[in-house]
Write a protein that binds this ligand. Structure first.
Ligand SMILES: [Mn+2]
Length: 455
């Protein structure tokens, strides 16, 4: 073999090795990007990302780069916890412990004596879909102000709500927790609570109403003082589950007009055991404006960890961009106490260009009371339930309000008060018609609750 042929071989092999290494390097990089940007439907973006400059990549990182937000050390520590109610297990009281049981049940609508036996921070069972347990979310998530209004809430259920939020959220995402006391009359909600909050929490603020305003205006009060980019509303007797927060926030980063609701699990009012309500449903209404749950759509079930559209939110647990909340005027401030607010905000979000998603990987357990322990009529506000519903029907439901009045004639007789501001807002934001909502978003409501239905 001539030396020149030998050299030619060497050069060729060397060239091939460099090419192979180059390919290996590219494929490895692509694989890493796919890991980071894994999202199933962003294949095209991933391919493009390989060729873009570093600066461009860092811009894209804000909306593409994902991490595992789970705190595995904490999860492990929680799994070792033992004691009454730990791991979401039911609690049984001894005869001696049952002395106050009836009295505490009567004033709360749930078993306050059982609550008092459970640690203020307790572990829950992880009942999320297995695929949620390693799901990644955007690294760049906004901070939140968690707003928790309360009225005569039992001491330990209120504190457990706070410890649950602080214990199972990434600390860097919690700007503050805002407690709004709606003029409670129980002594422990007054100075003892102020003292406890001051001595034990850095991030918790307590603001108080000077007369009974109700849940709706209390939420507005909290939102007014909120400092973070995103506000999260919670009830005062909930226990957020593991990694509940990132799945609520990511969809808001991708579209700031998106409002995201967690799955709401059940804490039994008698034993405080924790269990799932079901595998999720889409929120809707009947023509008396009762909240109803409709089956999920077949297409939603392809990926059980993915968010899905819901026409009406379940209650008052949701995350929302603060600016978007105020663009929509918050809640109608003339809705008194409680009732119809979930319809008002849901109709408004959809009709005025936003969307509501349910996030199956975000779960918050909630105590559903056995009964409402305080008088549901607040004298100063008269028949506020009918008036609230009528305001919503008049402002948002167009010609469809007549079906509500047909099914619930009592609404027709009440005075809705001045709705000119609400109507002006609807006009200013150029919100769509209720017909559009029924055709595009809540398209199966009429199938389940026909509009010509007689009583
Ligand atoms: Mn509640």
């Amino acid at each position: 073999m001539k030396i020149s042929t030998f050299l030619r071989w060497i050069v060729t092999i060397y060239g091939l090795a460099i090419t192979a290494f180059g390919y290996y390097f590219l494929i490895k990089q692509k694989w890493q990007l796919e890991q980071n940007y894994a999202d199933g439907n962003r294949l095209i973006f991933r391919r493009i990302n390989i060729n873009i400059s570093k600066k461009r990549t860092s811009d894209l990182d804000k909306t593409r780069y994902k991490i595992d937000w789970h705190d595995y050390q904490k999860i492990l520590l929680d799994s070792f916890r033992e004691g009454p109610g730990e791991q979401g297990r039911p609690v049984v009281l001894s005869a001696a412990e049952r002395i106050n049981e009836d009295q505490l049940f009567a004033v709360n609508g749930f078993n306050g004596a059982v609550s008092d036996k459970i640690s203020l921070y307790r572990s829950l069972r992880d009942i999320r879909h297995p695929d949620c347990k390693h799901k990644k979310y955007l690294k760049n998530l906004p901070k939140v102000s968690v707003i928790i209004p309360f009225y005569n809430e039992h001491r330990t259920t209120l504190l457990r709500t706070i410890y649950g939020v602080l214990g199972r959220s990434p600390p860097e995402l919690i700007q503050e927790i805002i407690l709004v006391d709606d003029f409670s009359t129980k002594n422990h909600n007054k100075k003892p609570l102020s003292d406890y909050v001051r001595e034990n929490f850095e991030k918790v603020k307590l603001i108080r109403n000077y007369k009974r305003e109700g849940l709706i205006r209390s939420r507005l009060q909290g939102a007014k003082t909120a400092k973070a980019e995103v506000i999260v509303f919670l009830d005062s007797h909930v226990e957020p589950s593991v990694n509940w927060l990132p799945p609520l926030l990511e969809p808001i980063v991708l579209n700031e007009k998106t409002v995201v609701c967690p799955f709401i699990d059940v804490i039994d009012h008698t034993t405080f055991s924790q269990f799932a309500q079901d595998e999720g449903a889409r929120g809707a209404f009947d023509w008396k404006l009762n909240y109803k749950r409709l089956p999920r759509l077949k297409g939603d079930k392809i990926d059980p960890t993915e968010t899905f559209e819901s026409p009406v939110m379940a209650g008052g647990l949701f995350a929302m961009n603060k600016t978007w909340f105020w663009t929509l005027g918050g809640y109608d401030p003339h809705l008194d106490i409680r009732g119809a607010e979930q319809f008002e905000i849901s109709f408004k979000i959809w009709l005025c260009g936003g969307q509501i998603l349910d996030a199956p990987c975000s779960r918050v357990a909630h105590i559903y009371r056995k009964f409402i322990p305080y008088s549901s009529s607040v004298k100063a506000y008269g028949d506020y339930l009918s008036r609230n519903h009528k305001r919503v029907a008049e402002v948002w439901m167009d010609e469809y309000k007549q079906y509500v009045y047909k099914m619930e004639p009592s609404f027709k007789r009440v005075d809705a008060g001045n709705i000119s501001q609400q109507l002006a807002l609807r006009k200013k934001l150029r919100c769509k018609s209720f017909r559009w909502f029924l055709e595009e978003i809540a398209f199966d409501v009429v199938q389940h609750y026909p509009i010509d239905e007689e009583k």
